[in-house]
Write a protein that binds this ligand. Structure first.
Ligand SMILES: [Zn+2]
Length: 400
């Protein structure tokens, strides 16, 4: 981060670039002079206009695409993002002519060229910059290659911080934007059909269900039981990385929202009641085979049982910066020792595991670590489901 004065006099982009045109248009409606001016500067009117409803409650996302390579995205009539497509794109085969807007910058610009041309503070996280409280983020081919010329795809400007709100460009993500099914007559969400669409996208590997929230398959039964004020499933999109939050409320209409990871994990969720209180016979039968929470020591270990066997997930340090976890099935001697020694015995065992360096082959626990085996993914999601009410994150979201 460079040296600068707070009054902005050291920010040459204000006078030497045409970026103030963009910043003035952000958060303006289509009728406002600043927005009209930007449309003119992009060579308006738009070559293409595309409208779609996003989420529930829905907002109208409108994108105006200009033959010059400029693009504006509005939410319910308010300009929320402006994108300069430096690389050729469908509506602008020539790409946006950057040098006439930001002298010294062209489509071959690298991240460090951009840094030099903007001379603005870096935004926290990611590759962006802050201009007058707005955010500008470059996109590079395959999300890398920012050090070599020829990889710059676009520059996006928006008013909301990237760590708090999804990128408006992702409104039409080809992978996850059409999973919400609306009722033919009401226009509201058809929950049954939406869950079906999400399930099949998850089965196809396009989106991934989070085991730290209510399983999609349980959502309706839990909601029908009225035991929880709100039940929520979360799924992340493999393409745009947005988190889909589908929430059914005891007292109000269901919602379908896109969130960034940071915000998604802070959403509230009560403890999920035991399945006997809300599941049907099939669901209860299925639960008999599942892993169940037994005990834990915050920051150190979790103990679960499955059909009479005990499994310990122990955290260990690889070095001062990095830690990991190992999952062991307790052998008979360890199980007996737990029956007499309880919580303290497990804490001692977890310490021994950590000290042995279970990521190294010399450790007697290396070969026993089920997370090194072929069932890793399945085990870790069964395990996450078993401890869903007991993690640090679960405590946080009960407080929100
Ligand atoms: Zn997506």
């Amino acid at each position: 981060m460079g040296q600068r004065s707070d009054d902005g006099v050291n920010e040459p982009w204000r006078t030497s670039t045409r970026l103030p045109l963009i910043l003035d248009a952000l958060l303006g409606s289509e009728e406002e002079p600043a927005v009209r001016q930007l449309i003119d500067a992009f060579g308006g009117p738009a070559a293409r206009a595309k409208d779609q409803l996003v989420g529930e409650p829905a907002y109208r996302s409108r994108r105006l695409q200009f033959a010059s390579g400029g693009q504006m995205i509005m939410h319910d009539g308010v300009t929320v993002a402006v994108v300069l497509h430096a690389a050729p794109t469908g509506f602008a085969p020539g790409g946006f002519h950057l040098p006439s807007w930001i002298p010294g910058l062209d489509k071959d610009a690298t991240l460090s060229d951009l840094k030099g041309a903007l001379d603005a503070p870096r935004a926290p996280g990611g590759m962006g910059f802050v201009l007058d409280g707005a955010y500008v983020e470059p996109r590079f081919k395959n999300n890398r290659g920012w050090n070599e010329p020829g990889n710059l795809l676009s520059l996006s400007f928006r008013a909301e911080a990237p760590q708090h709100a999804c990128r408006p460009e992702d409104d039409d993500c080809p992978t996850c934007s059409d999973l919400l099914v609306r009722g033919a007559h009401t226009g509201g969400m058809d929950v049954e059909q939406t869950i079906a669409a999400l399930s099949s996208a998850a089965a196809a590997g396009l989106i991934t269900e989070s085991p730290s929230w209510v399983p999609l398959a349980d959502l309706q039964q839990l909601h029908a039981s009225q035991l929880m004020e709100r039940v929520e499933s979360q799924l992340s999109c493999s393409a745009c990385l947005r988190i889909i939050c589908l929430t059914l409320y005891r007292e109000s209409s269901p919602t379908f929202e896109y969130a960034v990871l940071n915000e998604a994990r802070q959403r509230p969720l009560e403890a999920i009641p035991p399945v006997e209180q809300w599941g049907d016979h099939l669901r209860i039968a299925k639960d008999r085979d599942a892993m169940h929470y037994v005990d834990h020591q915050p920051g150190s270990w979790f103990l679960v049982e499955q059909q009479g066997s005990l499994f310990l997930e122990a955290r260990y340090c690889i070095n001062t910066m990095v830690d990991s976890t190992a999952l062991l099935r307790l052998d008979q001697a360890e199980t007996d020792a737990y029956r007499t020694g309880g919580h303290n015995y497990v804490s001692d065992l977890a310490k021994r595991i950590d000290k042995s360096g279970p990521h190294t082959e010399e450790s007697p626990y290396f070969r026993r670590d089920l997370y090194r085996g072929p069932d890793r993914a399945m085990l870790s999601s069964s395990f996450a489901a078993a401890i869903v009410n007991h993690t640090w994150a679960a405590e946080q979201r009960r407080r929100s």
